[in-house]
Design a protein around this ligand. Structure first.
Ligand code: SAM
Ligand code: SF4
Length: 328
């Protein structure tokens, strides 16, 4: 699938639920209203949708949410998709808050998952509770232990938040690298109902890089993911650190991904409202012809880039939907 700007789309992120067992302050309000379960695609429909993307050249699928591991029987979907590994699909992975990993790590490994992203913003249990509202730090740590024990490679994702986890970036990096894990820092994006607060807590990652550079030597890495992250090798630890900077650095020219929500809505850009309904063609007939046509038509409309900079400056309204709906 190639868009109007000659970008090949070969990576999809699929949000399998908008629900979550945490309420991170930058992602959800405490009293989130979730979609009625009847609006969600069934696991069979999600699998069929993913298979159509694979048939059109998608080689990497990341399941996300909300929290993907709270979707009932989600392992059925992992199992179904694992059958495509080596037959069109090169990588099946997920982004998780880690709270359910102790239960699922072994099964994920059995399904051919090799690498996972775990979100963790602090090593301090109390701060963790403040940021996630409902999260239990020890449980996430046990989840990370279980994942590593099951042979999964873990990458830590950490949102940099002014007044919350600043001061911890060096400690988090040394901790992650000490356990053989990569770490990426993410700028808070103005998404969802709490967009104003995200902007207030915004911390440019140049400040994170500066904090790390006081003790560590960062050299630009040859590694590139095709996404918004820039990577650096750290000589002292032998590890790698990523900076995901949608606000201060534009990544749109090399964007290779689109996002699908748990209701079958295809979002063509994280920061734009452009979307296509895939649920209707999916349900219109058991034959996938309509779905394939809808996919091609939509991909061609993929917008050139996001408007986060204008939104942060107050020149445009931020996207109303939270990250938990579109999937991070
Ligand atoms: N629940 C899973 C988790 O937390 O990893 C997967 C979904 S979560 C929406 C995916 C990623 O988005 C997490 O790393 C989270 O920290 C990040 N995220 C959520 N809201 C964000 C925001 N407003 N700005 C930047 N990152 C955000
Ligand atoms: Fe849940 Fe992930 Fe959003 Fe936190 S960031 S509330 S864990 S979906």
């Amino acid at each position: 699938m190639v868009d109007a700007f000659a970008r090949r789309v070969d990576y999809i992120r699929v949000s399998v639920t908008d629900r979550c067992d945490f309420r991170c302050v930058y992602c959800m309000s405490e009293n989130m209203h979730f979609l009625p379960k009847s609006d969600l695609l069934t696991l069979e429909e999600l699998e069929r949708l993913c298979a159509a993307f694979i048939a059109r050249g998608v080689g990497k699928i990341r399941l996300t949410g909300g929290e993907p591991l709270v979707r009932r029987n989600v392992m059925q979907l992992f199992r179904g998709l694992s059958r495509h590994l080596g037959a069109g699909l090169n990588e099946l992975t997920l982004t998780t808050n880690g709270a359910q990993l102790a239960r699922f790590a072994g099964e994920l490994a059995d399904c051919g998952v090799r690498r996972i992203n775990v979100s963790l913003d602090t090593l301090d249990a109390e701060k963790f509770r403040t940021i996630t509202r409902w999260g239990d730090h020890a449980r996430v740590m046990a989840g990370i232990d279980a994942a590593q024990k099951a042979g999964l490679r873990v990458k830590i994702n950490c949102v940099a938040l002014k007044g919350a986890n600043d001061g911890e970036f060096l400690g988090l990096t040394e901790w992650a690298h000490g356990r053989g894990m990569e770490i990426s820092f993410i700028e808070a994006m103005p998404l969802g109902e709490d967009a104003a607060q995200n902007i207030e807590n915004f911390l440019p990652l140049d400040e994170v890089a500066a904090a790390l550079s006081r003790k560590l030597t960062l050299t630009p890495s040859a590694f590139a993911s095709g996404g918004p992250a820039r990577y650096f090798d750290v000589s002292e630890t032998g590890g790698r650190v990523g900076f995901i900077t949608p606000l201060s650095h534009d990544f749109c020219d090399s964007c290779n991904r689109v996002r699908v929500t748990c209701t079958g809505m295809l979002y063509l850009c994280l920061g734009q409202e452009d979307k296509a309904d895939l649920r209707a063609p999916l349900r219109a007939s058991p034959d996938d012809a309509k779905l394939h046509a809808a996919l091609d038509e939509a991909i061609f409309r993929k917008p050139r880039g996001h408007d986060f900079v204008a939104q942060k400056a107050g020149r445009m309204a931020p996207a109303r939907r939270p990250m938990s709906l579109t999937g991070g």
